[in-house]
Unconditional design. Structure first.
Length: 112
């Protein structure tokens, strides 16, 4: 799923204030014509204030087979209008580590 490839057929975003979960429902058609529904959930832990979670559920609608997921976590988010945050002192975190302990999990550790 990439917004610059394929076609977004429907998109809805909801913030559940009771659970503290941001949910995005997307119906997307791939360049090959396969349609899928995506449920993307994001939340931050109140018990572990430095823990954020992203969950993606993919439901194929008109095809069968495996879905390959390639993802990344970008720890160098740029400020709009600034070429390099580190050049002007806008980087508010230090890189502490990264890894993928299992095929279903990955982590990025930044220190503020």
């Amino acid at each position: 799923f990439a917004l610059d490839r394929g076609e977004v057929l429907a998109c809805e975003r909801n913030l559940d204030l009771r659970e503290g979960i941001l949910r995005r429902h997307v119906r997307w058609r791939s360049p090959k014509g396969h349609t899928a529904e995506l449920l993307i959930e994001r939340w931050a832990s109140m018990a572990e204030p430095h823990l954020c979670v992203l969950r993606l559920l993919v439901t194929p609608l008109d095809f069968e087979g495996e879905v390959e997921l390639r993802t990344e976590i970008d720890g160098m988010v740029e400020t709009p209008g600034v070429t390099s945050p580190t050049e002007v002192g806008l980087c508010h975190w230090a890189w502490a580590g990264q890894g993928h302990p299992s095929p279903q999990r990955a982590f990025l550790h930044l220190q503020t």
